[in-house]
Design a protein around this ligand. Structure first.
Ligand code: BV8
Length: 257
């Protein structure tokens, strides 16, 4: 099937979905200038392997290095704008007002683009919490609370321990309520649109598989193949910033009469 044919078929599938769910990974933010993890292993972060640094062990071993890595990523994210892929995903809400975007990303570009219900499986880059959870999980520490703290990383204003980014590191459990909601959506959707993920990290990568196993239609958008490609019903090859707007355009051309 031609790319144009796949775009039109995808438009019909998304428009006709009863319960559409979206799952995104780092690829959806690449055209906003935020390197993906795959890039990171070769690219900007070549000297920092995310799987090494994004762990509680790395933070215990070298809290300053880990904190500064997140500061670098926060500065990147602060300069990033939602790209046409994020914006088109938000426009999907005109057809599916209750649309949920489940993301592995810790940036807030989906929210900035206008998506109203975003589940962050792996936390939020711009939030911080006490490393020791001194007031329960999560003990959120606001920017104001540490504004005058010169330490790197800053110290928890309640207990004096280190402050850490409010993200899920490798080897850490995802917040139970977050994972339960994402799983419930995967178990009950009839279409899952999977964008910009290599499908390597679990349990996030299991969501499209669970959706497939309960009969959902899996539509994947990715310039490369991923762990999801082998069971996707449709694979749209290309960058999401190009592909998703084309799908939205095709949806608007569908005559509902
Ligand atoms: C857990 C937040 C229970 C932090 C992230 C052995 C020992 C210990 C653990 C494990 C183990 N084996 C497996 C595990 C479990 C582990 C895991 O999956 N490891 C992997 C590496 C094998 N998972 C966990 O630890 C999770 N917790 O399982 O708890 C447990 C506990 C203890 C022990 C066992 C189990 C927690 C995982 C969460 C980690 N935190 N992020 C931070 O960001 O700093 S993960 C992080 O990496 C991202 O959030 C994301 O999930 C992942 C990167 O994946 P992608 O988003 O897919 O990005 P990637 O770069 O890989 O791919 C980009 C894609 O985009 C590519 O396909 C590319 O082609 C495409 N693309 C490129 N350009 C575009 C594009 N697509 C569209 N448009 C474009 N323009």
């Amino acid at each position: 099937m031609t790319d144009k044919g796949k775009i039109i078929e995808t438009a019909h599938i998304l428009k006709g979905a009863q319960k559409l769910v979206v799952l995104t990974g780092a690829g959806v933010s690449k055209e906003s200038g935020i390197p993906t993890f795959r890039d990171a292993l070769e690219g900007l972060w070549a000297k920092f392997d995310p799987q090494e640094l994004a762990t509680p062990q790395a933070f215990r071993r070298n809290p300053k290095q880990v904190w500064e890595w997140y500061t670098y990523r926060r500065n990147l994210a602060a300069q990033a704008e939602p790209n046409p892929g994020h914006i088109a995903l938000a426009q999907l809400e005109q057809y599916h007002p209750q649309l949920v975007v489940i993301t592995q990303n810790i940036d807030d570009l989906h929210e900035q683009a206008g998506s109203h219900d975003v589940i962050h499986l792996h936390g939020k880059l711009m939030e911080n919490r006490c490393f020791k959870e001194c007031r329960g999980y999560p003990t959120i520490i606001t920017a104001e609370q540490i504004a005058d703290d010169e330490h790197i990383p800053p110290h928890c204003p309640y207990c004096g321990e280190y402050v850490r980014p409010n993200v899920v590191w490798f080897g850490e459990m995802l917040p139970a309520a977050v994972l339960e909601r994402a799983q419930d959506l995967a178990f009950h959707c009839d279409v899952m649109l999977v964008i910009g993920t290599s499908g390597l990290v679990t349990p996030a990568a299991s969501l499209p598989l669970w959706a497939k196993q309960q009969g959902a239609n899996i539509v994947e958008v990715n310039p490369d193949d991923s762990m999801i490609t082998r069971y996707a019903n449709i694979k749209l090859d290309g960058p999401s910033g190009e592909i998703i707007p084309k799908v939205l355009e095709a949806m608007s051309q569908i005559d509902d009469t």
